[in-house]
Design a protein around this ligand. Structure first.
Ligand code: NAD
Length: 353
């Protein structure tokens, strides 16, 4: 049964339905497209080829070179391919890396995008594009970047390995957690953030008990949509800044880094925003939102220490420096020494103070 969500972002069509192959042709035709270019990472090329086969004459081609952090060199190669096959629509099947490539093409060409998310990262619901050129990652926000259609199929996320299911879910929850104390939050965005958190707190244990339980996967995908949507609507703070620094300058993996840093960043900000963070305590139990998230992550078997991702202890000084040079809005004042202490705990995997 198709369930179309009411979207908070005008103009985006969001469909929650198993069996995306049954509706892909109709969704492509709905956009008036006749020549769709399907994108994926090399690891998910089978899924991309399957979509192209489903599209039949509506498929212009397949480009399976999407990579983490959207390198501009890859975008340029994809753009050349899109031009060569006269693509009039982009279909991205994958996580944030593939969706990022689709967004980068849309930003440059205005082509409409259909996105089939296979992780919980939430990029599909934001007008934000992060790109890397010459080792530097920059972020922009533009209406053209926001995909026109999102097709959430629980079967497509059911293939996500358990470890990545956990870290990707915590990545999504991080958007909602920081939305709770965002300076530009509204009643509506706070509700959406709480809905997103609730969906993961309820759905994730069920998913881990039975990874192919499609009803549980669908619940977590609703969470991903809610968390991604608030990410696009309000400003993020310390947590996202730290993860951007660790990913961009130390090449740490995206979802795992979010999973590890989240309890520490939230504990840090709970000093100034305990009331705003109460929904996390209500959902997870406990009196400190950061500690509650740490216990939740530990129970789910998430990685807890940045050192296990390969970060060296001697890099912590530079990481603290990089994350505190440019001021940005954050509930708790950000000082270099405090952030250095936070990073030490996250590096060692000890519970947040
Ligand atoms: P990813 O897209 O990099 O995927 C990680 C790996 O898992 C890839 O090899 C991928 O092919 C594989 N994979 C994905 N789904 C799978 C599935 N269902 N089954 C099996 N394998 C699967 O990971 P991600 O965490 O979704 O995305 C990270 C990227 O997204 C980062 O570059 C991040 O900056 C970006 N991001 C952007 C936004 C935004 O709003 N712009 C939001 C969140 C994340």
């Amino acid at each position: 049964m198709t369930q179309e969500a009411e979207t908070a972002t005008d103009g985006v069509r969001v469909v929650f339905q198993a069996g995306v192959k049954d509706i892909l042709v109709a969704e492509t035709q709905r956009l008036g497209a006749k020549n769709a270019l399907v994108l994926s990472t090399p690891q998910q090329s089978d899924a991309a080829l399957e979509m192209a086969e489903t599209l039949g004459e509506l498929a212009a081609g397949v480009f399976c070179q999407a990579a983490m952090h959207t390198p501009v060199t890859v975008t340029e190669a994809a753009m050349a391919h899109a031009k060569e096959v006269a693509a009039d629509c982009i279909i991205s099947i994958g996580g944030g890396s593939t969706i990022g490539l689709g967004k980068a093409i849309a930003y440059r060409t205005g082509l409409p995008q259909i996105v089939i998310p296979t992780t919980y990262a939430g990029s599909e619901a934001t007008p934000i594009l992060g790109q890397t050129e010459n080792g530097i990652k920059t972020t922009l926000s533009h209406p053209e970047v926001l995909p026109e259609v999102i097709l959430y199929d629980p079967e497509r996320v059911a293939t996500l390995p358990v470890a990545m299911t956990v870290t990707s879910a915590l990545n999504a929850m991080a958007h909602a957690a920081e939305a709770l104390y965002a300076r530009d939050r509204t009643e509506k965005t706070v509700h959406l953030a709480i809905d997103g958190l609730k969906a993961f707190v309820g759905g994730l244990p069920r998913v881990l008990a039975a990874p192919t339980d499609l009803a549980a996967r669908a619940e977590t995908q609703r969470g991903a949509w809610a968390c991604g949507t608030v990410l696009g609507q309000v400003g993020m703070a310390l947590h996202h800044k730290l993860c951007h620094t660790l990913g961009g300058s130390f090449d740490l993996p995206h979802a795992e880094t979010h999973a590890i840093v989240l309890p520490h960043a939230i504990a840090y900000n709970a000093r100034a925003a305990a009331t705003e963070l109460l929904p996390i305590c209500d959902l997870l139990g406990g009196e400190n939102a950061g500690r509650a998230l740490y216990d939740f992550a530990q129970k789910l078997g998430a990685p807890l220490a940045l050192r296990d991702l390969g970060l060296k202890e001697e890099d912590l000084d530079r990481a603290a420096e990089l994350a505190t040079t440019k001021p940005y809005p954050n509930p708790q004042p950000v000082t270099r020494d405090d952030i250095r202490a936070l990073l030490q705990a996250a590096w060692a995997g000890t519970p947040p103070a």
